[in-house]
Design a protein around this ligand. Structure first.
Ligand code: LRH
Ligand code: MN
Ligand code: MN
Length: 383
């Protein structure tokens, strides 16, 4: 396939990547971090300005609550970006100790559904088309609640949210195998997410967060299977060694990212028409945030470029003749190609800097915001 497909490829960046973040042990602060959602968008726009790859920013509600979302969307447009997925945040409210959409009490479930309805209004005000639900629901002890009743309650709550959505909006359902609960999660895996999506309807699709699997999971298999069912709605890209580490995508295992992109390219799902939203879900605890995001979108682009270089015809021929090593070599040839200079040339040809990280450093933006912004906020995550 041709590298020209890279021109239309985009990666969505998360607003929360630009705030201070950390672990439960320590949040290190960075001078000049955003004080409000407008400043998060201004920072995100820097990533797009220097890479041409990141024209949308995901919001998290209520982390990104503002009085006037129309104004936020207009501001984003002025900055050269748009609003992407709206994430419904259900994990920082005392009422949700026993869950949200699957909570045993109808009153709490109602409150969680209402929150989604408010998020749908944010989507209408900002032009966002994706409502992303990650459910922080589960149990900590065997017997704490009925696993089955929780699924039934969840299905009913999701149905209420789905019914309230407009015809051109999608519900993106994310799964995670553990945390914040440690015995059971109500959407622990892609199968559970897919079953709920199938029950809801065509506009419900699965989100695959690369950090949300047990060690050793073959993620590219899941990608392939969801694509086969036309239910891969989006990625939350990040990198993990141990658990949900949320580090820079493609840093720990660039080969895994390539293998994922190879499944994507095999069916043309990298093209915008496929509807797969390639998002980042990351935090930058010790490194600078804007360069961290620039590096991340470049890593995704690089993995896609290598996947586009796979000689599909040679691969098919080797596979059908049972040439095990030959088929493997076709993939490895693509993966081992150094595409950095080619991608820099392509950027230059589009009027973008050859080296986006160097261009950002030279722009003076970081120093300017460090002196103009005092008292930046926390991302709200990992504190
Ligand atoms: C949960 C998660 C989910 C949240 C985000 C902040 O671990 O991946 O996508 O919205 O982190
Ligand atoms: Mn996620
Ligand atoms: Mn996560």
């Amino acid at each position: 396939m041709s590298l020209d497909d890279l021109d239309a490829f985009t990666v969505e960046v998360p607003s929360w990547a630009y705030g201070n973040s950390g672990t439960r042990f320590k949040v290190f602060t960075t001078p000049g971090v955003p004080r409000d959602p407008f400043e998060k968008i201004a920072d995100a726009a820097q990533v797009h300005r220097h890479t041409g790859l990141a024209p949308r920013v995901s919001l998290h509600i209520p982390w990104d609550m503002v009085d006037d979302f129309g104004r936020l969307a207009a501001y984003a447009k002025e900055q050269g970006v748009g609003i992407g997925a709206v994430n419904a945040n259900l994990f920082q409210d005392d009422d949700y100790r026993l869950g949200s959409l699957a909570h045993p009490h109808a009153g709490v479930r109602d409150k969680a559904v209402e929150h989604h309805l408010a998020c749908i209004d944010v989507m209408r005000a900002t032009g966002s088309k994706d409502l992303k639900i990650w459910l922080p629901d589960g149990t900590n002890y065997a017997g704490q609640d009925s696993l089955r009743a929780r699924q039934d309650r969840l299905a009913e709550s999701l149905q209420r949210v789905y019914a309230a959505m407009d015809d051109d909006q999608r519900l993106l359902l994310e799964y995670k195998f553990f945390e914040p609960y440690f015995y059971s999660m109500d959407i622990p895996d892609w199968g559970t997410s897919l079953l709920h999506c199938l029950a809801l309807g065509e506009r419900a699709q699965v989100v695959l967060d690369t950090g949300h699997h047990a060690p050793g999971t073959n993620i590219e298999f899941i990608v392939m299977q969801l694509l086969r069912q036309n239910r891969l709605g989006a990625f939350d890209f990040n990198s993990r060694f141990y658990a949900d580490d949320d580090l820079i995508v493609g840093s720990a295992d660039p080969f895994q990212l390539f293998r994922i992109m190879t499944e994507i390219v095999a069916v043309g799902a990298h093209r915008p028409a496929s509807g797969v939203n390639f998002m980042l879900d990351q935090c930058h605890n010790i490194e600078d945030k804007i360069p961290g995001q620039i590096r991340s979108v470049l890593n995704v682009e690089q993995a896609l470029a290598k996947a586009l270089l796979v000689d599909a015809e040679a691969l098919r021929a080797a596979q059908s003749s049972g040439d095990v090593l030959g088929a493997h070599a076709v993939l490895m040839d693509a993966y081992e190609t150094d595409v950095r200079a080619t991608l820099a040339d392509r950027r230059e040809a589009r009027g973008l800097p050859r080296d986006p990280i160097a261009a950002f450093a030279a722009s003076g933006y970081a120093a300017a915001v460090a002196s103009s912004r005092v008292g930046g906020t926390q991302a709200g995550w990992g504190a």
